[in-house]
Design a protein around this ligand. Structure first.
Ligand SMILES: CC(C)(COP(=O)(O)OP(=O)(O)OC[C@H]1O[C@@H](n2cnc3c(N)ncnc32)[C@H](O)[C@@H]1OP(=O)(O)O)[C@@H](O)C(=O)NCCC(=O)NCCS
Length: 167
């Protein structure tokens, strides 16, 4: 992909027309056990939590979602970038957009479970103990087929500091 193409990419909240693009992006990686599968119905029901990056043709090139656990805690989830657009900063831009959404909703703390901790570290996250997030373990981990041999890293960051700086 030509880096110039990123100039025409727009970051915005997801719309109903993006559902199939989000599902095919996420499930392409789910097929490789890199991400969890998402059904069109589950994306549709949580569409207000998704942000997308779309190209000039309206194709979803990247997505991410804010998954709320409490009024102060949420997960950065479903972060995926189209394979031909890796390394152009889209993943970082999506995470920043999810963080913006979190701040807008007054959420203080974000975490993620990921196979690529370096990516999140470059966005300011630090390795954390997943035991700090029992809500996640109860909601997703207990029913995950990989729970016994999970190789995902837990990463976290506070967005409260940025709220204070921005205030
Ligand atoms: C991980 C992913 C979202 C990164 O998206 P991207 O747009 O290529 O990432 P960026 O261009 O914003 O890269 C930002 C930084 O992360 C690093 N990075 C990106 N992908 C990486 C990977 N797979 N392993 C290690 N570091 C990675 C980059 O080198 C870059 O580092 P720098 O800031 O020091 O230059 C993308 O590769 C992807 O969709 N992977 C499949 C799904 C997935 O693993 N999602 C992760 C969340 S569960």
């Amino acid at each position: 992909m030509n880096p110039d193409v990123t100039a025409s990419i727009v970051l915005r909240p997801a719309q109903s027309g993006d559902i199939s693009g989000i599902v095919s992006l996420v499930n392409g990686y789910a097929a490789e056990a890199i991400m969890l599968y998402r059904s069109p119905e589950s994306v549709s029901m949580t569409l207000h939590d998704f942000v997308v990056a779309v190209d000039s043709a309206g194709t979803v090139m990247a997505c991410g979602a804010l998954k709320e656990y409490s009024p102060s805690l949420a997960e950065v989830a479903s972060v995926a970038v189209a394979r031909d657009a890796h390394g152009l900063g889209l993943g970082t831009a999506i995470v920043a957009e999810v963080e913006r959404l979190a701040r807008k909703r007054g959420i203080d703390e974000l975490f993620a479970l990921t196979l690529t901790p370096r990516f999140f570290e470059s966005a300011g996250y630090v390795i954390a103990d997943r035991a700090l997030y029992p809500e996640k373990i109860r909601r997703d981990c207990l029913k995950c087929p990989r729970r016994i041999r999970c190789n995902e890293y837990c990463v976290a960051r506070s967005v409260q500091e940025e709220m204070a700086v921005a205030a």
